[in-house]
Design a binder for this molecule. Structure first.
Ligand SMILES: [Zn+2]
Length: 318
């Protein structure tokens, strides 16, 4: 009986040991599994957080960027980070849309080759110097400016091709809608606010161009760039698209010009106006040529802009 009891005790100890070890084993396995699955779960959440931005944090920014018009800023509004983004986007876009008018000469260097500056003597006056002249005899590695390629300062559409007519000679006018420019650019250069108060200047001999002014649309403005005294007649047609930085001709001495130079002229005026032919100061100038010249120079619809101010604006804002 004592032996039987001992056997029962030994069996009980063995069974209890097996049961205890089995429990501890399953607990370890269980805790391992739970720990691993928690880890996986945490990793998945972390990955999701990294991969997917929290919509509640980002959606207001996206909404502001796309829906806040740039024009609606007032002086009282302090710029928010979103405003800064919009400004930098505009500046970047603008910096991509301007070129020096002369190949091999940077915008910064244009000051050094300015031979005749812009002189403004009043809106609607033919006097003064309505553009800036660039010329040199020797500059950097260039021996002469004649036949140096002239480049489009802005992209746009051709609105006048001059075939060696006085005073501009061989020339090209390219129109660029002002909506392509930043608000800062527009607020600095747009001066025409009321077309009903245009100056009435009569010193220049002009035909009655009132029939032409009926074609003028006043609902949007463009900047018009004129390149004068080119070497040859520009090989462009009206309405042809020109890309910024592309060659539009070569520096020449055509028209009323004493030496080879580029006369660069900017005006802001009503969009979609085709000047086509333009001439003055010569007996054989046709009525249509003189009408267009007077509209361009003295009507007041097309306001003179200092070319160097445009390049300075770019250098300050790039
Ligand atoms: Zn000039």
């Amino acid at each position: 009986m004592k032996q039987f009891n001992q056997i029962i005790l030994i069996i009980s100890i063995v069974v209890i040991s097996i049961v205890l070890s089995g429990c501890s084993l399953s607990e370890d396995q269980g805790s391992d599994q739970i720990f691993t699955s928690e880890n996986l779960h945490k990793t998945e959440i972390l990955n999701l957080e990294l991969a997917t931005p929290n919509p509640s944090k980002t959606s207001p920014v996206i909404k502001d960027l796309t829906k806040t018009p740039v024009n609606n800023k007032t002086e009282d509004q302090k710029p928010s980070p979103v405003d800064k983004n919009e400004t930098s986007i505009n500046v970047d876009q603008y910096s991509l849309t301007i070129s020096s008018p002369l190949q091999g000469i940077s915008i910064e260097e244009l000051n050094e080759i300015t031979s005749n500056p812009f002189v403004f003597l009043g809106a609607g006056k033919d006097e003064g110097h309505h553009g800036t002249d660039f010329s040199f005899y020797q500059y950097k590695s260039f021996d002469q400016i004649e036949q140096l390629p002239v480049l489009a300062v802005f992209s746009g559409e051709v609105t006048s091709v001059g075939e060696n007519r006085p005073p501009y000679g061989n020339m090209l006018i390219i129109e660029t809608p002002l909506e392509n420019f930043s608000d800062d650019f527009q607020s600095e250069f747009v001066k025409i606010e009321n077309f009903n108060n245009l100056p009435n200047y009569t010193n220049l001999n002009c035909p009655n161009y009132s029939s032409q002014t009926t074609k003028i649309e006043l609902d949007s403005l463009s900047i018009y760039t004129l390149y004068a005294h080119l070497y040859e007649v520009p090989e462009f047609e009206l309405s042809q698209h020109v890309v910024v930085g592309n060659p539009i001709g070569e520096v020449g001495n055509s028209g009323l010009s004493g030496n080879p130079h580029l006369h660069l002229e900017f005006r802001i005026g009503p969009s979609n106006f085709e000047f086509d032919e333009m001439a003055h100061y010569e007996n054989n100038a046709t009525l249509k040529e003189m009408e267009n010249y007077c509209l361009w120079r003295v009507s007041g619809f097309f306001y003179q802009v200092d070319p160097m101010k445009i390049f300075e604006n770019y250098l300050q804002n790039r």
